[in-house]
Design a protein around this ligand. Structure first.
Ligand SMILES: [Ca+2]
Ligand SMILES: [Ca+2]
Ligand SMILES: [Ca+2]
Ligand SMILES: [Ca+2]
Length: 500
C-alpha cells in the first residue's frame, strides 16, 4: 500500500510538461544532417552564418537569439510575479507564471542573468494575473518565419485559455502576440506541438483543446494569426488535458515532413498521423498506450521509431512498475511485420529488477549519446530505489540508457544512473529524478546533454553532460535555481516546464 500512495504522491500532480529532442538527434547525427524529427533545421555551419547578410537563417527550432546555439526555455507556471501596487510598492501576484531562457553558448547553458518574461513584460499582450499559469505548456519553432525561433506559451485568462507567441530576435525572446482561437473551446493550448506537418518549410503548431486537436498552419503573422486552421481527426476521441507528454513529433515515414503520434488518456492505444501537403492524416497504425512518447531512429533505417513509456504498467502484481514499448516506423506509419518490442527492468541486460513504484517509463527521451548514428533511448524511473541509497524511500530515482542498434533498442549494454551517481545533480534537500527528461546540445559540441528539472529545497533545472555513450561523463551544471530574480519571487510547485 505504501508504494501505491507513494506513486500517487509523486505522479498524481499536473505534469503538463514536455519536449523535443529532434534537434539533438540531428545535431548528433554528423555533418550532413537528415532531420528525422522536427522542422526547419538547416545544417549550415556557424561560419556560414557569420558571413551571411540580412536575417540569419534559423539553425535550430530552439535558437531564440539566432546565434547558432540551442537555447533552453523554462516555464514556471505557478510562479509569483511582482507588479506595482496602488501605493507604488510591489504586490505579489500568485500563480501568474513566467518563462525564462537559458541561452546556449560554447560554454554551455547560461547560468547567470536569466531574465523572466511575464505577461507584464514589454510587448507581451495581456497583464499578469493571479492563477493565469503563463508557461504551463511550451513549444518552440520559427512560427513567423523570420529566422529566429519563437516560443508558444499557454496561459489561462478567465474565462478562456490563451496561447501567446513570444518572438525570437537577436537579443532573444522579445514581445509577442496572442494567437486567435481561444473562442473555439475551453482548454485551448492544453497541448502545443510544433513541426512542419505540411512540408512547405513553414513551422506549424498543433494545438490541443480539451477533447480535440487542431493544426494551425504557419507562417504566423505579427498579430499571432496563422495562415489557416484545420481540425485534425485522430480517429478516436481523446482527452487532451495535461497531454503534452503523450504527443510526439518526428519523421516516421521517410521525407522532410513531420508526423505525429498521439496517445490516449488512461493508457488508451495511440494513433499515428502522417504529415502531408493537406495536413495531418490518420493511418491504420496504432501503438500501445502509455503516458510519454518519443520518436527517434533507433535502428538507423531512416524511419523514426516510436517509443512509448507506460509507467503505470503492473507487472507480476508489482503496481506502477512500468515498461517501455517500441514500434518501428515504416512508410505507412508502423511496421506491422515487426512485433512491438517490450522493455522492462527485468529485460535481459537491463540493470535492476521490476518493483512496485519504479515508474519505469515515466518519461522517455532520445539522443545519439555515442554518436554512432543509432539513437539511444533514455528512460526515466523516478520511483527506482537503490539498496545503497540514503533515505531511499524519499530521495531517489534515476535514468536508464538503452542503446540503439541494427536491431533497434535492446537491453544489451544498458546502464542505470541513480540519483546519487557522480555527474547527476546534487541539490540540497530531498528530491527524485527525473520529473522530466529533455535532450539538447547547449554547448554546440554535437554531444547531447540532458536537461532535468529538480525539485529539492529549491526548484532548479540542471544540465547533465554525456560522453561516449554514457550519462554524466562530465560535471553537471545548475542552469537555474528559482527565484530567477526579484521580479518573480516565488517559483511555485511546477518550476521547470520544458519544451519537447
Ligand atoms: Ca541560441
Ligand atoms: Ca521567429
Ligand atoms: Ca527506424
Ligand atoms: Ca547511438
Amino acid at each position: 500500500m505504501q508504494s501505491i500512495e507513494f506513486s500517487e504522491f509523486l505522479y498524481g500532480g499536473t505534469h503538463v510538461r514536455s519536449q523535443l529532442r529532434r534537434a539533438v538527434v540531428i545535431a548528433a547525427a554528423a555533418t550532413t544532417v537528415t532531420t528525422l524529427t522536427g522542422g526547419l533545421l538547416v545544417s549550415t555551419g556557424t561560419q556560414a552564418r557569420a558571413a551571411a547578410t540580412g536575417p540569419a537563417p534559423t539553425r535550430y527550432t530552439d535558437d531564440f537569439n539566432g546565434d547558432g546555439y540551442h537555447d533552453l526555455a523554462i516555464g514556471a507556471p505557478d510562479g509569483a510575479v511582482n507588479v506595482p501596487g496602488p501605493d507604488g510598492n510591489p504586490t505579489r501576484v500568485l500563480g501568474a507564471g513566467y518563462v525564462t531562457v537559458s541561452y546556449g553558448s560554447k560554454d554551455g547553458a547560461q547560468k547567470t542573468g536569466l531574465k523572466p518574461v511575464t505577461r507584464n513584460s514589454p510587448g507581451v499582450p495581456g497583464d499578469a494575473g493571479q492563477d493565469q499559469r503563463f508557461g504551463r505548456t511550451l513549444a518552440n519553432g520559427d512560427f513567423n518565419a523570420d529566422g529566429y525561433a519563437d516560443l508558444a506559451v499557454t496561459s489561462r485568462s478567465t474565462p478562456r485559455d490563451e496561447v501567446t507567441l513570444l518572438w525570437g530576435s537577436p537579443t532573444g525572446l522579445k514581445g509577442g502576440a496572442r494567437m486567435p482561437g481561444s473562442e473555439a473551446g475551453p482548454g485551448f493550448g492544453t497541448v502545443l506541438k510544433a513541426g512542419d506537418f505540411t512540408g512547405d518549410g513553414k513551422t506549424d503548431l498543433v494545438v490541443g483543446y480539451s477533447m480535440s486537436i487542431r493544426l494551425y498552419r504557419g507562417p504566423f503573422k505579427a498579430d499571432g494569426s496563422p495562415a489557416s486552421v484545420q481540425p485534425v481527426d485522430v480517429g478516436a476521441m481523446f482527452n487532451y488535458t495535461d497531454a503534452q507528454k503523450r504527443l510526439a513529433v518526428g519523421r516516421i515515414n521517410k521525407g522532410a515532413i513531420d508526423d505525429l503520434v498521439v496517445l490516449g488518456e488512461e493508457r488508451r492505444r495511440g494513433r499515428v498521423l502522417l504529415g502531408g501537403a493537406s495536413g495531418l492524416r490518420q493511418t491504420q497504425a496504432t501503438v500501445r498506450g502509455g503516458n510519454s512518447a518519443v520518436i527517434a531512429d533507433f535502428d538507423k533505417d531512416g524511419h523514426g521509431d516510436i517509443a512509448v513509456g507506460d509507467s503505470a504498467y503492473e507487472m507480476d502484481s508489482e503496481r506502477h512498475a512500468g515498461r517501455v514499448q517500441i514500434n518501428y516506423g515504416a512508410a505507412g506509419g508502423v511496421d506491422d511485420n515487426r512485433t512491438t518490442k517490450v522493455l522492462t527492468e527485468d529485460s535481459a541486460g537491463v540493470p535492476g529488477g521490476v518493483e512496485a513504484g519504479d515508474s519505469f517509463g515515466n518519461d522517455v527521451a532520445a539522443g545519439d549519446l555515442n554518436r554512432d548514428g543509432y539513437a539511444e533511448l533514455i528512460v526515466g524511473a523516478p520511483g527506482e530505489r537503490h539498496a545503497t541509497c540514503e533515505h531511499c524511500y524519499i530521495s531517489g530515482g534515476g535514468l536508464y540508457v538503452l542503446k540503439g542498434s541494427t536491431k533497434g533498442v535492446t537491453g544489451t549494454g544498458a546502464a542505470f544512473y541513480g540519483y546519487n551517481a557522480a555527474g547527476l545533480p546534487r541539490p540540497a534537500g530531498v528530491y527524485r529524478i527525473p520529473q522530466l527528461l529533455k535532450t539538447t546540445d547547449l554547448n554546440g559540441d554535437k554531444q547531447p546533454e540532458i536537461a532535468l528539472p529538480v525539485r529539492a529545497n529549491t526548484s532548479e533545472v540542471w544540465s547533465v553532460g554525456t560522453k561516449q555513450g554514457k550519462v554524466a561523463g562530465t560535471a553537471p551544471t545548475r542552469v537555474v535555481k528559482a527565484p530567477v530574480d526579484s521580479q518573480v519571487p516565488w517559483p511555485g510547485n511546477e518550476f521547470g516546464v520544458l519544451t519537447r
